[in-house]
Ligand binder design. Structure first.
Ligand code: ZN
Length: 315
């Protein structure tokens, strides 16, 4: 799959729309025109409803000055927590200090900024953004590999969140019998073997050196320990891809999160591993999982892009 996109189907030439990714430490706001990003601002996230509102408003005000020649149509906001998209309320957004239930972020932000503000969960926003960028907006999954491992899923153009908001929590599918203990209470969960934290455990590095980039470059130079660690980790990621592929059979299986900055060497190894698996199985050959994957480019802010798209879609 290739990542190549614009927004000309969603935004008119004289218009703009904003997407905001509210994270635990920073808030990133990007203004998009039909051709792509035109302005961005990054501010620290202050905690709680008032803090988030303040961070949001100051980031949006900064970019508004840069797009005064365009008509701003909407603002979409992605934020951690359980979001009721119809009412714009947020519950259990513990990463941003919103610990209560049904906190009215959307209506308050809309009143403050004088524009429609649509709020979505941040992982959903990232999935929408990645799917759009891959040209598979109706049928895609984003496997996010960071500290943990989880997937966002879009089926028939709609995010599938699940009955208990847990669709795509593949990181807690047991992978190793009687394996390492997991914070979820089980043992041997997949995220203990297929995450950024797993790489840090398998390939300890000095401070400031990223385990992923380091292990792949050592492996490329033929270090047998690095090859073993890399292959074990890539096999676990391939298992995650296989779970998503066989469960949802989506058109695009995108890989994002912190480890995507390993880049091409990671994509190459993952494709090789999936092709290897397929060689021994006519069924997996038919599934063609290796052809469906793509790494989200590290510079592509899928969270802000997806929030922007959700905001436009809600108009
Ligand atoms: Zn677990």
């Amino acid at each position: 799959m290739s990542i190549h996109w614009n927004l000309s189907d969603a935004i008119a030439p004289d218009e703009a729309a904003v997407g905001v990714d509210v994270g635990g430490t920073k808030t990133l706001a990007i203004a998009y025109s039909a051709h792509g990003p035109v302005a961005e601002a990054r501010v620290p996230t202050a905690p709680g409803l008032d803090g988030v509102l303040h961070s949001l408003a100051s980031a949006v005000r900064r970019i508004r000055a840069d797009i005064s020649h365009l008509t701003l149509r909407s603002i979409g906001v992605g934020i951690p927590g359980i979001v009721d998209t119809a009412s714009g309320t947020v519950s259990h957004g513990v990463n941003v200090g919103i610990s209560g239930a049904n906190v009215p972020l959307g209506p308050k932000a809309s009143a403050e900024l004088g524009l429609p503000v649509h709020v979505v969960n941040d992982a959903t926003a990232a999935t929408l953004g990645a799917a759009h960028a891959a040209g598979a907006a109706r049928d895609a999954a984003l496997i996010s590999i960071g500290t943990g491992l989880a997937a966002g899923i879009i089926l028939d153009g709609k995010p599938r969140l699940g009955y208990r908001d847990s669709a795509g929590e593949i990181g807690h599918i047991p992978y190793v019998k009687d394996g390492l203990p997991c914070r979820c209470g089980q043992r041997g969960c997949l995220e203990l073997y297929a995450s950024g934290r797993a790489l840090d455990r398998m390939w300890p590095t000095p401070p400031g050196v990223k385990a992923g980039v380091d292990v792949f470059s050592h492996a490329d130079r033929g270090d047998p320990h690095a090859v073993a660690a890399r292959d074990e980790w890539v096999s676990a990621i391939a298992h995650a891809v296989t779970i998503i592929g066989l469960t949802f059979d989506v058109e695009a299986i995108l890989i994002g999160g912190g480890v995507s900055d390993i880049g091409e060497p990671f994509e190459r190894q993952l494709i090789a591993r999936l092709q290897d698996q397929a060689r021994s199985s006519a069924f997996l050959t038919h599934m063609g999982l290796a052809e469906r994957i793509a790494l989200v480019p590290p510079g592509l802010a899928v969270g802000a892009l997806g929030a922007c798209l959700a905001g436009l879609d809600a108009l």
